[in-house]
Design a protein around this ligand. Structure first.
Ligand code: TYD
Length: 139
Protein backbone atom coordinates (compact mmCIF):
# COMPACT_ATOMS: atom_id res chain seq x y z
CA UNK A 1 0.00 0.00 0.00
CA UNK A 2 1.40 3.33 -1.05
CA UNK A 3 1.82 6.30 1.28
CA UNK A 4 2.87 9.91 0.93
CA UNK A 5 6.47 8.77 1.51
CA UNK A 6 6.41 6.93 -1.84
CA UNK A 7 5.71 10.17 -3.74
CA UNK A 8 8.85 11.87 -4.95
CA UNK A 9 10.20 14.53 -7.25
CA UNK A 10 12.41 13.05 -9.95
CA UNK A 11 14.94 15.46 -11.39
CA UNK A 12 15.13 14.84 -15.13
CA UNK A 13 18.29 15.36 -17.18
CA UNK A 14 18.67 18.81 -18.65
CA UNK A 15 20.95 19.99 -21.39
CA UNK A 16 21.32 23.73 -21.03
CA UNK A 17 22.08 25.29 -24.34
CA UNK A 18 22.17 28.83 -25.70
CA UNK A 19 19.88 27.55 -28.48
CA UNK A 20 17.31 26.42 -25.91
CA UNK A 21 17.26 23.75 -23.21
CA UNK A 22 16.38 20.08 -23.59
CA UNK A 23 15.15 17.46 -21.13
CA UNK A 24 14.00 13.88 -21.61
CA UNK A 25 12.67 10.81 -19.83
CA UNK A 26 12.76 7.12 -20.73
CA UNK A 27 10.82 4.09 -19.52
CA UNK A 28 12.41 2.39 -16.48
CA UNK A 29 15.22 4.95 -16.43
CA UNK A 30 14.04 8.34 -15.21
CA UNK A 31 10.45 7.02 -15.23
CA UNK A 32 9.97 4.13 -12.78
CA UNK A 33 7.37 2.39 -14.98
CA UNK A 34 6.57 1.78 -18.64
CA UNK A 35 4.53 4.61 -20.21
CA UNK A 36 1.25 3.33 -21.66
CA UNK A 37 -0.52 6.66 -21.97
CA UNK A 38 0.08 10.36 -21.95
CA UNK A 39 -2.38 13.17 -21.25
CA UNK A 40 -2.06 16.88 -20.70
CA UNK A 41 -4.00 19.66 -19.07
CA UNK A 42 -3.99 23.20 -20.45
CA UNK A 43 -6.16 26.32 -20.72
CA UNK A 44 -7.20 25.98 -17.08
CA UNK A 45 -9.36 28.97 -16.11
CA UNK A 46 -8.21 30.89 -13.03
CA UNK A 47 -9.26 29.26 -9.76
CA UNK A 48 -10.18 25.87 -11.26
CA UNK A 49 -8.99 22.54 -9.80
CA UNK A 50 -8.37 19.26 -11.62
CA UNK A 51 -7.80 15.64 -10.79
CA UNK A 52 -9.72 15.02 -7.57
CA UNK A 53 -9.47 11.23 -7.61
CA UNK A 54 -7.28 8.20 -6.99
CA UNK A 55 -6.21 5.43 -9.35
CA UNK A 56 -6.41 1.76 -8.44
CA UNK A 57 -3.52 0.82 -10.76
CA UNK A 58 -2.30 3.83 -12.71
CA UNK A 59 1.04 5.29 -11.66
CA UNK A 60 1.88 8.76 -12.92
CA UNK A 61 4.67 11.17 -13.59
CA UNK A 62 3.46 14.77 -13.65
CA UNK A 63 5.53 17.58 -15.17
CA UNK A 64 4.82 21.32 -15.25
CA UNK A 65 6.08 21.79 -18.80
CA UNK A 66 5.10 25.43 -18.61
CA UNK A 67 3.93 27.67 -15.78
CA UNK A 68 3.25 26.37 -12.29
CA UNK A 69 0.66 24.48 -10.26
CA UNK A 70 0.35 22.52 -7.02
CA UNK A 71 -0.34 18.81 -6.72
CA UNK A 72 -1.84 17.79 -3.39
CA UNK A 73 -1.35 14.12 -2.62
CA UNK A 74 -3.25 12.37 0.17
CA UNK A 75 -2.76 8.81 1.46
CA UNK A 76 -5.82 8.88 3.71
CA UNK A 77 -3.74 9.78 6.75
CA UNK A 78 -1.39 12.51 5.58
CA UNK A 79 -1.48 15.12 2.83
CA UNK A 80 1.43 16.83 1.12
CA UNK A 81 1.58 19.66 -1.41
CA UNK A 82 4.14 19.59 -4.20
CA UNK A 83 4.62 22.84 -6.13
CA UNK A 84 5.75 22.17 -9.66
CA UNK A 85 7.26 25.01 -11.67
CA UNK A 86 10.17 23.59 -13.67
CA UNK A 87 10.01 21.55 -16.86
CA UNK A 88 12.81 19.25 -15.63
CA UNK A 89 11.06 18.06 -12.46
CA UNK A 90 8.66 15.12 -12.61
CA UNK A 91 6.41 14.26 -9.68
CA UNK A 92 6.10 10.49 -9.33
CA UNK A 93 2.74 9.45 -7.86
CA UNK A 94 2.23 5.72 -7.25
CA UNK A 95 -1.23 4.20 -7.56
CA UNK A 96 -3.57 4.21 -4.56
CA UNK A 97 -3.22 7.88 -3.60
CA UNK A 98 -5.78 10.68 -3.81
CA UNK A 99 -4.50 13.67 -5.73
CA UNK A 100 -5.80 17.06 -6.79
CA UNK A 101 -4.20 19.80 -8.89
CA UNK A 102 -4.69 23.42 -7.90
CA UNK A 103 -3.34 26.97 -8.27
CA UNK A 104 -2.66 26.77 -11.99
CA UNK A 105 -0.80 29.82 -13.24
CA UNK A 106 -1.84 31.51 -16.48
CA UNK A 107 -0.77 29.46 -19.50
CA UNK A 108 0.36 26.52 -17.40
CA UNK A 109 0.69 23.17 -19.09
CA UNK A 110 0.68 19.88 -17.15
CA UNK A 111 2.06 16.84 -18.94
CA UNK A 112 1.29 13.46 -17.38
CA UNK A 113 2.57 10.00 -18.18
CA UNK A 114 0.57 7.01 -17.01
CA UNK A 115 1.43 3.34 -16.53
CA UNK A 116 -1.90 1.89 -17.74
CA UNK A 117 -4.29 2.52 -20.60
CA UNK A 118 -7.37 4.63 -19.88
CA UNK A 119 -9.98 2.64 -18.00
CA UNK A 120 -12.85 4.45 -16.23
CA UNK A 121 -12.96 1.59 -13.68
CA UNK A 122 -9.43 2.46 -12.59
CA UNK A 123 -10.68 5.72 -11.07
CA UNK A 124 -11.91 6.15 -7.51
CA UNK A 125 -13.80 9.45 -7.57
CA UNK A 126 -15.55 9.24 -4.22
CA UNK A 127 -13.29 10.41 -1.37
CA UNK A 128 -15.16 8.43 1.31
CA UNK A 129 -14.86 5.29 -0.77
CA UNK A 130 -11.13 6.02 -1.15
CA UNK A 131 -10.73 6.40 2.63
CA UNK A 132 -12.58 3.14 3.26
CA UNK A 133 -10.49 1.24 0.69
CA UNK A 134 -7.31 2.66 2.21
CA UNK A 135 -8.45 1.71 5.71
CA UNK A 136 -9.34 -1.81 4.57
CA UNK A 137 -5.94 -2.17 2.86
CA UNK A 138 -7.56 -2.64 -0.56
CA UNK A 139 -5.40 -0.05 -2.32
P1 TYD B 1 -10.15 13.12 -15.80
O1 TYD B 1 -9.06 12.15 -15.59
O2 TYD B 1 -11.42 12.89 -15.04
O3 TYD B 1 -9.65 14.59 -15.49
P2 TYD B 1 -9.19 15.11 -14.07
O4 TYD B 1 -8.16 14.16 -13.60
O5 TYD B 1 -8.62 16.46 -14.24
O6 TYD B 1 -10.39 15.10 -13.20
O7 TYD B 1 -10.46 13.18 -17.34
C1 TYD B 1 -11.45 14.01 -17.89
C2 TYD B 1 -12.13 13.29 -19.02
O8 TYD B 1 -11.19 12.92 -20.03
C3 TYD B 1 -12.78 12.01 -18.55
O9 TYD B 1 -14.16 12.12 -18.72
C4 TYD B 1 -12.26 10.92 -19.44
C5 TYD B 1 -11.36 11.57 -20.43
N1 TYD B 1 -10.04 10.90 -20.50
C6 TYD B 1 -9.82 9.94 -21.47
O10 TYD B 1 -10.71 9.60 -22.27
N2 TYD B 1 -8.58 9.35 -21.54
C7 TYD B 1 -7.58 9.67 -20.68
O11 TYD B 1 -6.46 9.11 -20.77
C8 TYD B 1 -7.83 10.65 -19.66
C9 TYD B 1 -6.76 11.02 -18.67
C10 TYD B 1 -9.06 11.24 -19.61
Amino acid sequence: MSTIDDVRIIELPKFLDARGNLSFAENFKQIPFEIKRTYWIYDVPGGENRGGHAFRENQELVIALSGAFDVIVDDGVKKKTFSLNRSYYGLYIPNGLWRTMENFSTNSFALEFGSVNYLPEDYIRDYDEFLKMKKDGKI
